[in-house]
Ligand binder design. Structure first.
Ligand code: PLP
Length: 460
């Protein structure tokens, strides 16, 4: 036992001396070191001291099938034995990539023609933006270079996807966002709605603001609009009534492409197979990652409509080749795991399950609405956020914001619950594995309630 501990301490020291952690205060990390996770099972993870945590965030909104799905492990193992790697450049392919492409296209709520693979959501978003640019070049409108995203959106951390992300923490110090990216207003009705305004009226106002932005920028210079059906990391912002219908009408008026970023919402999360379906979005391009493989292997994907594909294909013929892709695009092991994940979602009726358990989860979370610290409880299906405020009536933010939810996440962790302190407000994200049982969802809500009491002292 003593040996084990000294090993683990050495491990922590090695972490601090060797790693630069993503989305971490590096100086604070040097002082407190890492939380070392060593094992997972079902909806739970275990640290190196054997402490158990129920993961109400599915890692990073990703491990939909939980931490011990044997079928995914077997799919990876079998594929590793057959063909651990080959690429898909220059006409090469592999059965797993082909089968996954066909399966994904057959599940989508709108007709899409082709799939291109990436390794992550950020790469999927960068690829989607490049596809929009390539399309407009091919369509004879090369001046369409601007991409409209939204404040508080999260689309990843690469140069293009990080620019599309509408969170300032992602831009400072990195010379981002780059100039082709514009940010429209965030559609958070509870926070930004005006007194007496209905959700429909608010949505109309957001659509009018978008139109103004387009007209000011020059409609023929806009390539695409990108949106998550539900804004995830920006605070789990569920679109208000009529929002996407009105936004889509504006985009249609100016021939602007719609990129639906399904990286969090895809594969049952919102109670339908895709967020685009839940909110009536008609995308030209869709991006996927995370639950595509239930996070067991890094993989992302982008799909395009036939109209886009036709132009892209013919331009690739003119240019000799379509000059984009990654060493691991269509990686056979990642594709085999994703294919098995999609099969499981369908066999176990993820949509029916989340529709039911999500309704229960949302209803239980609404119990917090009367708590003095809670401004808003919001969500759909199995994704939610609870926003804490300094003053419930005026919805006043804590000053500075972002400390109370950080403290909450820490106190929850001490109680064996993993939530996520989201940026841009004092919200806590919740996104449990898709097949959590009722008693697991109850455990999450009960631990959350307990933490809420503990944080009240800190916040007042
Ligand atoms: N798009 C959305 C909606 C996301 O939530 C994320 C990550 O959280 C990304 C893109 C980026 O994905 P990745 O972290 O796999 O690069």
């Amino acid at each position: 036992m003593a040996d084990a501990h000294s090993n683990l301490d050495a491990l922590r020291e090695d972490d601090v001396s060797s790693l630069l952690h993503p989305f971490t205060n590096a100086v604070a990390h040097g002082q407190i070191g890492p939380d070392v996770v060593v094992r997972g099972e079902g909806a739970r993870i275990y640290d190196d001291a054997g402490r158990e945590y129920i993961d109400a965030m599915s890692g990073l909104w990703a491990i939909g099938l939980g931490y011990s799905e044997e079928r995914l492990i077997n799919a990876a193992t079998e594929q590793l034995k057959k063909l651990p790697y080959y690429h898909t450049f220059a006409h090469k392919s592999n059965p797993a990539a082909i089968k996954l492409g066909k399966a994904l296209l057959s599940m989508l709520p709108v007709e899409m023609s082709k799939v291109i693979y990436t390794n992550s959501g950020s790469e999927a978003v960068d690829t989607a933006i490049k596809l929009a640019w390539y399309y407009w070049n091919a369509a004879g409108e090369p001046e369409r270079v601007k991409i409209i995203s939204r404040k508080r959106a999260y689309h990843g951390s690469n140069v293009a996807s990080g620019s599309a992300t509408g969170l300032t923490v992602m831009h400072g110090g990195f010379n981002l966002p780059f100039s082709q990216i514009l940010h429209a207003e965030c559609p958070h009705f509870w926070r930004y709605g005006e007194k007496g305004e209905t959700e429909e009226e608010f949505s109309q106002r957001k659509a009018d603001e978008l139109e103004k932005l387009i007209l000011e920028a020059g409609p023929t210079t806009i390539a695409a609009f990108i949106a998550e059906p539900v804004m995830g990391a920006g605070g789990v912002i569920v679109p208000p009534e009529g929002y996407f219908e009105k936004i889509q009408a504006v985009l249609d008026r100016y021939g602007i492409l719609f990129i639906s970023d399904e990286v969090i919402c895809g594969f049952g999360r919102t109670g339908k197979m895709f967020g685009s379906e839940t909110f009536g979005i008609r995308p030209d391009i869709m991006t996927f990652a995370k639950q595509l493989s239930s996070a067991y292997m890094p993989i992302g994907a982008v799909t395009v409509t036939e109209e886009l594909y036709e132009k892209i294909a013919s331009a690739s013929n003119t240019r000799g080749v379509f000059g984009h892709g990654y060493t691991y695009s269509g990686h056979p092991v990642a594709c085999a795991v994703a294919l098995e994940a999609l099969t499981i979602y369908q066999e176990r009726d993820v949509v029916g399950h989340v529709a039911q358990s999500g309704a229960y989860f949302q209803q239980r979370l609404r119990e917090f609405e009367s708590h003095p610290l809670v401004g808003e409880v919001r969500g759909v299906g199995l994704i939610a956020a609870v926003e804490l405020v300094a003053d419930k009536r005026s919805k006043k933010l804590f000053d500075p914001f972002g400390k109370v939810n950080g403290r909450f996440a820490k106190l929850a962790y001490e109680r064996g619950l993993i939530t996520r302190a989201l940026p841009a407000s004092d919200s806590l994200g919740l996104c449990p594995p898709l097949f959590c049982t009722k008693s697991e969802l109850d455990e999450i809500v009960d631990k959350f309630a307990d933490t809420l009491e503990a944080v009240t002292e800190f916040a007042s």
